[in-house]
Design a binder for this molecule. Structure first.
Ligand code: ATP
Length: 295
């Protein structure tokens, strides 16, 4: 199920453009959407989910125009959405909560609902905890309940907004592995500002900045944007300038800085192999803009 976005604009009252003429094609499979806070990711997710009207432009999901009511309704039947701030009822168990959401989604037959909820509890590995109250669940477990509710109607498009924020490393890895497993025939759109989550799950991604597309391509393409731009510098003096410091590790003789810069930040700087995070940071640097949309 493809998503085709062209010339998408969203203006909130009294504000500048949250989305500023966005063109983007999202294919089937897992797709990452990266961008700093305020880049417009949530606005885009909410438009795709049919919860927010765009100010202008076109959005087609699986051929349906979601800017119109009929298209929106058609898409909502094949769409699962996990928002950033999904509220759950703390006094319900996961099984009761999912049963309730199933009812809201129109799965009227009780036996069908019970079977579907049971299957999904298996998928998200919560069968053993299914009858405990949600108030006792960890952040990662709640997020998995969130995915289960988004999957209730067996959607062909799954939209997840910042799903791993605040999770501990084990829960994060478990959650993102689950998302990869759910991709396959589905489209899974993963919006995040955690670069590593995209590096570990997606082949393709887009980067938004100030409501505009600044990159679209593969993880390898974006990583290569930082080729010959990543340096290691050891110094006891001030931090290197003229680039972006990615990390500073204490070593004998001072700190070892990892720096993304178009020229060596010190005479004895040593070149390093880039990661996706380096490529992402390189996008924001002077000189990167003109070649950022290179295929
Ligand atoms: N309901 C709203 N009313 C007014 N302005 C809004 C509203 N929602 C978002 N904005 C503004 O639109 C811009 C894009 O916000 P959005 O939440 O889409 O970005 P984001 O990339 O999802 O950021 P974050 O990672 O912080 O969620 C920001 O400048 C934000 O302040």
């Amino acid at each position: 199920m493809r998503i085709e976005i062209s010339g998408l604009v969203k203006t909130y009252k009294g504000k500048g453009r949250a989305l500023d003429g966005l063109d983007l094609l999202v294919p089937t499979g897992m797709f990452g959407l990266l961008g700093a806070n305020g880049a417009g990711k949530t606005t885009l997710m909410r438009i795709l989910a049919g919860l927010l009207r765009p100010t202008g432009g076109e959005v087609r999901i699986g051929g349906y125009d979601v800017t119109g009511r009929a298209g929106r309704q058609a898409v909502q039947r094949v769409l699962g959405y996990l928002p950033q701030d999904l509220g759950v009822y703390p006094d319900l168990s996961a099984r009761e909560f999912l049963d309730y959401v199933g009812l809201l989604k129109g799965i009227d037959d009780r036996a069908t609902r019970r079977r579907r909820v049971g299957e999904l509890l298996e998928v998200v590995a919560l069968t053993g905890d299914a009858d405990r109250r949600l108030r006792g669940y960890s952040g990662g477990m709640r997020r998995r309940v969130g995915i289960a509710q988004a999957l209730l109607a067996d959607p062909r498009l799954l939209i997840v907004d910042e799903p791993t924020a605040g999770l501990d490393p084990e829960e994060r890895i478990r959650f993102r592995t689950l998302l990869s497993q759910l991709a396959g025939e589905r489209t899974v759109l993963l919006s995040t500002h955690i670069v590593d989550d995209v590096a570990q799950t997606c082949r393709e991604l887009a980067v938004l900045a100030k409501g505009r597309l600044v990159f679209r391509g593969t993880v390898d393409d974006l990583t290569r944007r930082a080729d010959r731009r990543v340096w290691s510098v050891v110094t006891a003096g001030p931090a290197p300038t003229g680039g972006t410091v990615v990390s500073a590790l204490p070593v004998e003789g001072g700190l070892r800085y990892r720096v993304v810069a178009s020229v060596p930040p010190a005479p004895d700087a040593e070149p390093l192999a880039p990661t996706l995070e380096d490529g992402y940071l390189a996008l924001a640097q002077p000189g990167a803009a003109e070649d950022a949309m290179r295929p």
